[in-house]
Write a protein that binds this ligand. Structure first.
Ligand SMILES: *Cc1c(COP(=O)(O)O)cnc(C)c1O
Length: 616
């Protein structure tokens, strides 16, 4: 049975039972069952399903692992974590996160004024807030206001001008000052596609000279008592632990040096984010070369070692890992709308006496193919197709024979795959990319998997049922945008095999996993496809409960969001109906009603057929 790497990327969160993907928690519901229940209520199109228990388990794992390692090493500093809001700001996620994080005093990180206001609203009382990114005076004022409201906030300074802005604001807030952090610029850089966050040429952080200047300014204005944290972030999805260790050594020594310069209140090192998620769908190839336990051990061992050697107190540790906490909680379910080759049936052939010999030969290959010659005949069939297509380009064969060619080759492929079904995929792999089936999925890659489009990031994908049946179609996945980039093509190094299904008789759904980090707000409304319908599923010992369904935005809402005027759109459309001589007077209001129904519905495709009933 093909497990689609679920044991690699799933990390025991999901499992397979009776041929269906199940959520491995309490009553272990199957995802396809959840999907059927939601669709019974008339919600078609793609679904984003959130599992709050997976937010909770990631938070617990993070805190418990660090606490365990701290105890093991008898580490004296504390451990704190904040969730970076940029990773997922959706209420369906954030509200769950804040609730599940309460017992750990889990805080929030903000990188913009909007995120800071969000953090100030929803953060648990006393849980830390850290603020990174470029700040204007307003953002700094917001930081002071948060401090005034009694929030435990640290403003991380990215440049000397931000520090000057803090100094200027002090007189306005009667001595209530937010904690100050300094972002340090490291020589060691991150790796991978997000490497720009670290290194001497990175976008962020103070150089050694700027750090010295900052300490002078803090001293001069009696602010050293508020300087509590240094911060760095070497990039997202750190798959190799080595650069992190290097960064830690650098940061640990900077921490000790700053303390020696008189930074007495300095007590914390904030490591930023970067804990990697295992996205690999290949049992033989892991992307990440460390575990959370190893990460925690390296951090604690190195900071303890430096503290001992430099004779400073062991720092409190802050981490801002977001991807690691958020990725697994959301699953995107996409209905398969069509298999492109479904129309290639024998009935559609138009064979007559004048067919070119190669077409006749193709037909014979199809008819005479058996288990022994299948692979050979398949090769021959593909060669014949190429010759025939060339003949068409040169004007020697007509469009009917072009069609016969396409149909016959598809029939040959299907028959060969059936005859060879007991062979393993490797034997077929050499030809798989030439015989692939295209699956049309009801979703937008631009909206729901922007990192796949922009960065080539792979997300684990698999069918939600039939996992005990043979899957033999090499698949490329197409979304419903009319953009040629809206495709996940078949990759011979990472092949995806799906089932041959008859969609007239049965539904077929694919699940994309680990989509809970970064994909939602970064998704774009290309072709005006909006965020899919979302819901949360709370699983208990007895079953599960579907909560917080938020339907995908209607077409009129999408248009309003890009500043069209709803009234104007309606009045122009209705006016055109009224003026049309082609619509009978007594049908005009019905036509307007239908247009209204479309405006109020979302843009995803429907498979049910609506009957206009104009003439009843
Ligand atoms: C993006 C970012 C994070 C989160 O990174 P992950 O890879 O999602 O853990 C944390 N801190 C800062 C400063 C960031 O910019």
């Amino acid at each position: 049975m093909n497990r689609y790497g679920i044991d690699v990327w799933g990390g025991k969160r999901f499992d397979i039972r009776n041929g269906e993907v199940v959520v491995n928690h309490k009553s272990k519901p199957s995802i396809i069952d959840i999907v059927s229940r939601v669709r019974e209520d008339g919600l078609s199109g793609p679904l984003l399903i959130r599992f709050p228990h997976l937010i909770e388990s990631q938070i617990s794992l993070m805190y418990d692992t660090f606490t365990e390692v701290q105890n093991e090493f008898k580490y004296k500093g504390g451990f704190n974590a904040v969730f970076p809001l940029k990773v997922n700001q959706y209420p369906g996620f954030v509200k769950n996160l804040v609730e599940k994080g309460k017992k750990y005093n889990y805080g929030l990180e903000a990188g913009s004024k909007a995120e800071l206001l969000l953090a100030m609203t929803y953060n648990n009382a006393n849980a830390p807030i850290t603020v990174n990114g470029f700040k204007d005076n307003e953002m700094i004022v917001l930081g002071f206001l948060a401090a005034k409201m009694g929030q435990n906030i640290t403003l991380t300074i990215e440049g000397i001008n931000e520090l000057e802005s803090i100094v200027e604001n002090i007189k306005n807030f009667d001595g209530v000052v937010p904690n100050i952090g300094l972002r340090i610029r490291l020589h060691s850089s991150g790796i991978g596609i997000w490497a720009k966050s670290g290194g001497i040429n990175s976008k962020f952080g103070l150089t050694s000279l700027e750090l010295i200047t900052a300490i002078d300014i803090l001293k001069k204005h009696n602010l050293l008592e508020y300087f509590t944290m240094i911060h760095f972030h070497i990039g997202s999805q750190i798959e190799d632990i080595a650069p992190l260790k290097k960064a830690l050594r650098e940061a640990g020594n900077i921490f000790a040096e700053l303390k020696k310069m008189g930074a007495n209140a300095l007590r914390a090192i904030n490591l930023g984010g970067g804990l990697a998620v295992e996205y690999s769908q290949n049992e033989n190839r892991y992307h990440r070369n460390y575990s959370l336990k190893e990460y925690a051990s390296d951090v604690i061992y190195l900071l303890q070692d430096i503290s001992k050697r430099k004779d400073v107190k062991e720092p409190d540790i802050f981490i801002e890992s977001g991807r690691y906490v958020a990725a697994s909680h959301a699953v995107l379910v996409t209905p398969v709308l069509e298999l492109f080759s479904k129309d290639y049936s024998e009935k559609a052939l138009r064979l007559d006496k004048k067919n070119p010999p190669l077409v006749k030969e193709l037909y014979d290959l199809y008819k005479d193919m058996n288990g022994k010659n299948a692979l050979e005949f398949l090769h021959d069939g593909i060669d014949h197709m190429e010759s025939l297509l060339t003949l068409f380009d040169l004007g020697y064969i007509d469009i009917e024979d072009r069609s016969n060619t396409e149909i016959l080759v598809n029939l040959i492929i299907k028959k060969a795959l059936y005859l060879l079904k007991d062979k393993n995929h490797n034997e077929l792999l050499s030809i798989q990319d030439r015989v692939q089936e295209r699956y049309l999925l009801n979703f937008s890659i631009f909206q729901s998997l922007p990192d796949n489009w922009g960065l080539g990031q792979n997300f684990p994908v698999m069918p939600l049922d039939r996992l005990d049946e043979k899957n033999q179609r090499s698949a490329s996945l197409w979304d419903i945008t009319c953009d040629s980039d809206g495709e996940i093509s078949f990759d011979i190094k990472n092949p995806l095999f799906l089932h041959d299904v008859n969609l007239d008789e049965e539904d077929y759904f694919l699940g994309f996993f680990l989509v809970g980090a970064y994909q939602e707000t970064m998704g774009m409304e290309h072709n005006l496809f909006a965020h899919p319908t979302e819901l949360s599923v709370e699983i208990s010992d007895e079953g599960y409960e579907i909560k917080n369904i938020i339907k995908s935005k209607s077409i009129i809402e999408i248009l309003k969001n890009i500043e069209y005027n709803e009234g104007e759109i309606r009045s122009i459309l209705y006016d055109k109906v009224k003026k049309s001589k082609l619509v009978a007077e007594d049908k005009k209001s019905r036509v307007c009603e239908m247009i209204n129904t479309f405006l109020n519905d979302n843009s995803y495709l429907k498979t049910d057929i609506i009957q206009p009933n104009f003439f009843d």
